[in-house]
Design a protein around this ligand. Structure first.
Ligand code: ATP
Ligand code: MG
Length: 565
């Protein structure tokens, strides 16, 4: 590409709303331009990078045996009514009306459409397993679109959906996709981790997220120092504590804590460590309020709470008025002693091991000291209820847990028969009997990967693309091209020669001074820079610099070309 004929539009100033480095650099490099909140144009430069990602994703999906199709982005309301998601999907679903007042949505995902396709196309187990994928624009009306294309409203996703006659076949394809994702992110040159993920409201059995590791990541993940255990913080199990509860020794007494509501305040006031206190919260169960107890130094994990049999599938804190009505105190003074007999008391495993502990007295301005389970407070059930903390032993017993930040770039999960069931997608099995198909689904945030890669690869001068994602591999910078025919001719010759080797080369023939020309090349992150000047040509040398290295190398033509063999 001759840059004089390209549209390179780097800028110095970054809009104030760009918070993270990838957003800033994408704007400065002129890769994206904002049209509306969470809606961006990909400039020619940005698109070159996006296409590189897309190509690798497509190649690896094809290699894995998946077959590409393209589904519409506009989807009819009736289909979403069939799965119940027209209502359930929530505010992220952009609903549209056509001129006949018929309802549609702009697809945020394609389970409905692909399952509709499958119920018409697939008749026999002999057509299975099959994995359909597409690379297509999605729209999700995110509450807080931010960080540029990292969390956009319109974005590019690769989504794949596999169909199976049984669970074994689904598990095998899930493994195949897991391995394929590992290959894709490795080829892209990213530092990533596959983590055991919570399936949340989607349901299903196995689920993994692929996270690019970066401090700016929105997701907290935990991993073990001693094994390959890694999980989404929401899903991470705490290791079951060993040991038994000590016998009660203290007598129960009420203490005044007129203004002390938080565990920190209470523990400081009474001189008792937080891990010797019990923290109790009340949440809305399916059938009245539920008390959840964890140790004072721990936090309730809302995902674990939502999964309790007493809960309606989500964990919502009771409001102050509800708490006052149920137990007669403000939220800072709740405790497990003397709760209404029909209120379930769910206790975390570590909390259940405490004896002689401190907790709220269910009366304003009061706490209890010397409290003991069973003797003073009833336990309905002991479960894993808390968030893991750094330094916890890993659940597999190997090593301790550390936290890291991640950017979710891919997600695989076993959906099971949920959508096939709702839409009546069956095939005849080998006995001639109609069987509901099992499904897996596998997403990759193609556009998000571009931002995630920049988060991992940048310096003061700009982007440092992993080779596989760079808009061009090489940039040729001729010095004083307008004045020197020799420079011009050699620049052209080298440009043609490298191009003929299948290398993507940018020739910076815009006639810029060296400073701005180099600054652009560094900002947009081209891995290899070749400078051609009269002085070098006279000596038969070229100035070469690898992006990210501090020094130029003076190379002969042969040495230079050998870099690209
Ligand atoms: P997130 O938790 O980040 O909102 P998600 O779990 O809702 O994502 P999935 O339904 O798993 O997303 O979609 C598959 C992939 O699409 C994600 O792994 C992510 O890489 C990408 N993606 C999802 N939402 C967005 C968005 N708003 N902008 C850019 N990429 C997105
Ligand atoms: Mg996800």
């Amino acid at each position: 590409m001759r840059l004089s004929r390209f549209h390179l539009a780097t800028v110095k100033e970054v809009p104030a709303d760009a918070e993270i480095i990838s957003h800033k650099l994408m704007l400065r490099a002129g890769m994206i331009r904002k049209l509306a909140a969470g809606i961006y144009t990909w400039s020619p430069l940005g698109l070159r990078v996006l296409r590189r990602v897309e190509t690798i994703v497509r190649e690896e999906m094809n290699r894995a045996g998946a077959v590409e199709l393209l589904m519409p982005s506009i989807q009819p309301q009736e289909l979403w009514e069939e799965t119940g998601r027209w209502q359930k999907f929530g505010g992220q679903l952009l609903k549209i009306k056509d001129r006949k007042e018929a309802g549609y949505c702009y697809g945020p995902t394609h389970e409905e459409v692909v399952t509709d396709f499958a119920r018409h196309e697939l008749k026999s187990y002999k057509q299975l397993p099959i994995n359909f994928y597409q690379i297509q624009t999605k729209f999700r009306d995110e509450i807080r679109p931010r960080f540029g294309i990292m969390r956009a409203r319109e974005f590019l996703m690769k989504d794949a959906y596999s169909f199976h006659v049984d669970a074994e076949s689904l598990a095998a394809e899930y493994r195949n996709m897991y391995d394929t994702y590992t290959r894709i992110f490795t080829r892209l040159g990213l530092r990533f981790r596959a983590v055991d993920a919570d399936t949340g409201a989607i349901g299903g059995s196995a689920s993994h997220e692929f996270h690019v590791l970066a401090d700016s990541g929105e997701d907290a993940i935990v991993f073990s120092s001693g094994s390959d255990y890694a999980a989404n913080v929401e899903k991470a199990e705490a290791l079951a504590p060993t040991g038994t509860r000590p016998a009660a020794t203290a007598t129960l007494e009420t203490v005044d804590t007129p203004t002390q509501k938080t565990i920190e305040e209470v523990s400081a006031h009474l001189g008792v460590a937080a891990e010797r206190c019990i923290k109790t919260i009340l949440v809305r169960g399916s059938d009245g309020l539920v008390a959840l107890c964890v140790r004072g130094d721990h936090e309730v994990n809302e995902v674990k709470a939502a999964r309790l049999a007493e809960m309606p599938g989500e964990s919502v804190l009771a409001e102050e008025a509800e708490i006052e009505r149920a137990i007669g105190c403000k939220p800072g003074f709740i405790g497990p002693v003397g709760l209404p007999a029909d209120m379930p008391v769910i206790v975390d495993r570590d909390a259940a091991l405490l004896a002689d502990f401190v907790c709220g007295a269910n009366a304003d301005g009061k706490h209890l000291r010397g409290v003991n389970w069973e003797r003073d407070a009833r336990i309905t059930r002991v479960v894993d209820l808390r968030k893991v903390v750094e330094g916890d032993t890993a659940p597999d017993g190997n090593g301790t847990l550390s936290f890291a930040r991640g950017i979710e770039v891919g997600h695989v999960f076993q959906l099971g028969s949920k959508y096939a069931e709702a839409l009546g997608a069956t095939v005849l099995d080998d006995q001639g009997k109609a069987t509901v198909m099992s499904m897996g689904c596998y997403g990759i945030g193609v556009s998000r990967i571009v931002a995630a890669a920049i988060e991992q690869n940048n310096d003061e001068a700009g982007i440092l693309w992993p080779e596989a994602m760079a808009p061009w591999q090489v940039v040729i910078c001729p010095i004083n091209m307008a004045q020197s025919a020799a420079v011009r001719e050699e620049a052209e010759r080298l440009y043609e020669e490298l191009g003929a080797r299948g290398i993507e080369v940018a020739l910076d023939d815009r006639g810029l001074r060296p400073g701005p020309m180099f600054a652009d090349a560094e900002l947009i992150g081209i891995p290899h820079r070749i400078v051609i000047g009269d002085r070098g040509l006279a000596a038969g040398t070229y100035e070469y610099r690898r992006r990210g290295e501090a020094e130029n190398r003076s190379l002969s033509r042969d040495e230079l070309l050998a870099l690209f063999d």
